[in-house]
Ligand binder design. Structure first.
Ligand SMILES: C[S@@+](CC[C@H](N)C(=O)[O-])C[C@H]1O[C@@H](n2cnc3c(N)ncnc32)[C@H](O)[C@@H]1O
Length: 147
């Protein structure tokens, strides 16, 4: 993998990033794409939201059983969570594209650390109707917190 750029984010420590049930990701950041890849951004302005595929570059090792902050008392398999400690340390975030200035994409919704390497960007096209989505253990954890 050859990163195409880095995330500029207000977060320098993981403790600064909102976590747990109800956490909202409204922080603004910039996806700084390397000049050699800028031509690949042509026409991206037409999309409101983007998938950002990135590297958990500060994560070390992995656990097959994770303890997510949304459901601390209950363990879950790592592939049923968004834990940074995974066999292939790949992160996936949907961000809102606010504007583009050359090779810089100004976005809202970053949950990554400043300096995070970006592996890829793709347009976000949601095709699953909301009533067909199942949210697994997360829905149960949210219901317990709301009680
Ligand atoms: C729960 S993960 C979810 C990330 C992404 N939305 C996903 O689903 O892959 C977000 C957490 O990863 C951690 N994190 C963010 N950027 C990181 C990085 N570059 N290296 C290691 N950990 C990171 C922070 O603790 C942050 O709260």
């Amino acid at each position: 993998m050859d990163p195409i750029g880095v995330v500029r984010s207000p977060f320098t420590e993981t403790s600064q990033i909102p976590k747990g049930c109800g956490a909202e990701h409204r922080a603004e950041g910039v996806l700084e794409i390397e000049p050699r890849f800028e031509a690949g951004l042509a026409d991206i302005e037409g999309f409101s939201h983007l998938y950002v595929i990135w590297l958990f570059h500060r994560a070390t090792g992995y656990d097959l059983i994770a303890h997510p902050p949304t459901d601390e008392k209950r363990p879950h398999g790592v592939f049923a969570t968004r834990s940074p400690r995974r066999p292939n340390a790949i992160g996936l975030t949907v961000v809102e594209l606010l504007r583009r200035e050359g090779a810089k994409l100004f976005v809202r919704g970053v949950d990554m650390l400043d300096g995070t390497p970006i592996l890829d960007i793709k347009p976000y096209l949601s095709s699953v109707p909301a009533d067909e989505l199942r949210r697994g253990w997360l829905a149960e954890a949210e219901q317990r917190k709301a009680r």
